[in-house]
Design a protein around this ligand. Structure first.
Ligand code: UD1
Ligand code: CA
Length: 460
């Protein structure tokens, strides 16, 4: 990080080709909004207080993403072009001096290294500015890079303004620049909307600075896919695929096994520890963090889940906003949500749902249960078919089950209710009164046998 860098991310446009009610930069790829990707890259070259997002279309929602990321905003009420967008920040930016790095918010695949490279090239070349270029198979729509006979960048010509000859150029402008701030602010008012779109093109700054005696250094990023902007939902899906493939690759190189990685989908903010094995068709979303040596079985979906080490999640589990401490085993077909917490060594089997419930160390619920708003003590055993009746139609109530308690199969626990430690609930009981510690509770009708009943009824 150079301490004289300020970054401007342009994000005021609507993104008409997205055909969406939502501003383009708020669409997601790899589990983050496009804008969050841009901000994450920017943070590699500047601290948050020197990063600014130009907002205009849906300024409030876009600005909120910026605020949450701790970076500033610049208002552009009318979208008069990319050059105009930067000009709107003159008051906030000109005083900062140093280097002005500018790029576009619709470019989520940009690697922080590329941004760093533009800044270092600018610093080391001593030029007025530096920029990245890419070579694309189909340059339609992009600004073309025009070089002079010496091979230096002489101008960027927008597609609409380009001649037939210029349109053949496949080296294009991905929109990643670092300018000497003093020179930029000194000359930015020379921008004129004298083009077919009647916009103030930021790209015209290249010619303006060269005319003023400056020079622009440039380097070509080898993999052009990194810097292609997102303009429609097809490109959004492609970017999503690229970001997830990149994430899986990073994890594998860091010691995570991923079976059939093409089927696995991992958001970029997810963390996974060494020697964890991820099965086919798994989705890891949001802020999920998985420890070391875990096994996530096929088709599990984890969202904002926190797993310790040696956790086993068998196939087809759905876990959201929940924590599984080390050595926990769950599934197959288990569901945990809304702050469920399984302490060390707890076990949950198939068709068990936990909502806002905590299971103590080594507690078990192995089959067919609903445990909502419950606190379950260490080593308690919850029988198959146990249901906490936590909702009375108006309010949710708590069930408390003490350590080492044994809840027989098909028990109905009517909350609020408390079962003491070491207590024993007979199978199929309806429990709505406190059960003291070490007590056997039977809450069911006594069985009645009627000998010879069949013969009497049928007359046989
Ligand atoms: C721009 C470049 C073009 C480059 C291409 C790369 C210009 C004039 N052209 O074209 O050379 O090849 O990107 O993808 O810069 N924006 C604002 N305010 C505005 C206009 C745009 O904030 O008034 C923002 C948009 O929200 C977007 C970014 O700037 O994030 C780029 O704008 P866009 O209209 O997509 O530019 P392109 O036509 O793609
Ligand atoms: Ca664009």
């Amino acid at each position: 990080m150079l301490d004289d860098v300020a970054v401007v991310i342009l994000a005021a446009g609507q993104g008409t080709r997205m055909k969406s009610r939502m501003a383009k930069v708020l669409h997601r790829a790899g589990g983050r909004t496009l804008l969050e990707h841009a901000i994450a890259a920017a943070r590699r070259v500047a601290p948050p207080q020197r990063i600014f997002v130009v907002v205009g279309h849906q300024a409030e929602a876009v600005g909120e993403v910026a605020r949450r990321a701790g970076v500033g905003t610049i208002q552009q009420t009318e979208q008069l072009g990319t050059g105009h967008a930067v000009m709107c920040g003159e008051e906030q930016l000109a005083a900062l001096g140093g280097r002005l790095v500018i790029f576009y918010g619709d470019c989520p695949m940009i690697r922080p290294e590329t941004l760093e490279h533009v800044v270092t090239l600018h610093a080391e070349s001593g030029a007025t500015g530096a920029m990245a270029t890419i070579i694309v198979p189909d340059p339609t729509g992009y600004g073309r890079i025009i070089r002079n006979p010496a091979g230096d960048v002489a101008a960027i010509v927008e597609h609409k303004a380009a001649s037939a000859e210029q349109r053949k150029v496949c080296e294009i402008n991905p929109g990643v620049y670092s300018f000497d701030a003093t020179a930029f602010w000194q000359h930015v008012h020379e921008l004129r909307p004298d083009n077919p779109a009647r916009e103030y093109y930021l790209t015209d700054m290249v010619e303006i600075l060269i005319r003023a005696g400056g020079r622009l250094a440039a380097f070509t990023v080898p993999d052009h896919t990194e810097l292609v902007g997102i303009n429609n939902r097809v490109e959004l899906a492609e970017a999503d695929g690229v970001l997830r493939a990149r994430k899986s690759r990073e994890l594998m190189l860091d010691g995570v096994t991923i079976e059939q990685p093409d089927t696995v989908s991992i958001d970029v903010d997810v963390q996974v520890g060494q020697d964890t094995v991820i099965g086919p068709f798994v989705q890891l979303r949001g802020r999920t963090a998985v420890g070391e040596n875990c096994h996530i079985g096929a088709c599990c979906i984890l969202e904002n889940a926190r797993l310790g080490n040696n956790v086993e999640v068998n196939a087809f589990c759905v876990i959201s906003d929940s924590a599984l401490d080390s050595d926990v085993k769950v599934g197959p077909y288990a569901r945990m949500r809304l702050g469920a917490h399984l302490e060390e060594g707890a076990r949950v089997g198939n068709f068990v749902e936990l909502k806002k419930s905590r299971m103590g160390k080594g507690a078990k619920a192995m089959h067919l249960a609903y445990l909502g708003d419950a606190t379950i003590g260490a080593k308690a055993n919850i029988g198959a078919g146990t249901i906490t009746c936590n909702y009375d139609g108006h309010h949710k109530h708590q069930t408390i089950i003490g350590a080492g308690a044994f809840v027989g199969s098909n028990s109905t626990l009517v909350a609020p209710v408390e079962i003491g430690s070491g207590a024993y609930i007979g199978a199929a009981s309806v429990i709505n009164l406190t059960v003291p510690a070490d007590t056997l509770a039977l809450g069911r009708a006594r069985q009645v046998n009627k000998p010879g009943w069949k013969n009497r009824v049928t007359g046989d």
